[in-house]
Design a protein around this ligand. Structure first.
Ligand code: ADP
Ligand code: ADP
Length: 217
């Protein structure tokens, strides 16, 4: 049976940071909807152009477009053993589409770690985030700084600040999270798949709590 893990939580709580660590530890591919959209923007695809107009405003990309992109990604052979999903699903229709899609592959959503932190923590994390151009490696100017400012420790590429990490877009993204994504907490809680994780701790403590929660389920 494949293992599918959905990392749930507001923007900036540390889903991407933890997903990269867990993907390596668990040997599962990291599937990030935000990274897939940014890859499409970089390659100037039609999907990228469409997504960009929503992303720049801090709004969600329409469900049909997002679900189609994830379907294509999860259909690749490396996801036969499962995947660590980061940033998807973000709406109830996306979660329902994911159930149907995984059923086709003989799988289901096994675990949903829900990482939380206060809004002030999220804003400080997003506005101080620096992202690597080549592979989306994640740094923070104070909490997790690169060894050389502006350069990715892991691949030497340039670090940049995402357009949607500017203050006004950040506030909108957090609002969108509360209205459109937060209902997923109850959706997965009812199914008994949710574990709550305190995201307002140092990165390695969050990782330890995540590993313990996954072992328990
Ligand atoms: P998300 O994918 O949930 O939006 P990220 O993993 O990109 O979140 O993290 C947002 C920012 O916060 C990044 O700059 C990252 O380096 C930093 N960060 C992540 N986890 C922690 C943590 N536990 N403590 C302090 N800073 C963190
Ligand atoms: P964050 O670091 O806030 O978790 P992401 O990189 O996951 O941000 O997402 C960036 C943007 O990409 C979102 O604000 C949204 O516009 C779009 N996006 C990512 N995932 C989804 C999704 N599942 N549904 C709709 N839009 C999405």
């Amino acid at each position: 049976m494949p293992t599918f893990i959905v990392l749930l939580g507001p923007p900036g709580v540390g889903k991407g940071t933890q997903a990269k660590i867990l993907a390596e530890t668990l040997g599962l591919p990291h599937v990030s909807s935000g990274d897939l959209f940014r890859e499409n923007i970089k390659n100037q695809t039609e999907l990228g152009q469409l997504a960009q107009s929503f992303m720049n405003k801090g709004e969600l990309v329409p469900d049909d477009v997002t679900i189609g992109m994830i379907r294509a990604r999860l259909s690749l052979p490396d996801c036969r053993q499962g995947a660590l999903l980061d940033g998807f699903p973000r709406t109830i229709p996306q979660a329902e589409a994911l159930e149907r899609l995984l059923a086709e592959f003989g799988g289901r959503v096994n675990h949903v770690p829900y990482i939380t932190a206060d809004e002030s923590v999220l804003i400080a994390r997003l506005t101080g985030r620096w992202t690597c151009r080549a592979h989306g490696h994640i740094f923070h100017e104070k909490n997790n700084p690169p060894k050389i400012p502006g350069i990715c420790d892991l691949d030497g590429s340039e670090l940049y600040q995402r357009d949607d990490d500017k203050n006004e877009t950040v506030v909108r993204r957090i609002q969108v999270y509360f209205t459109q994504t937060a209902p997923l907490v109850e959706y997965y809680r009812k199914q008994g798949r949710l574990s709550e994780i305190n995201g307002a701790q140092p990165i390695d403590s969050v990782t330890a709590d995540l590993m313990a929660a996954l072992k328990n389920k």
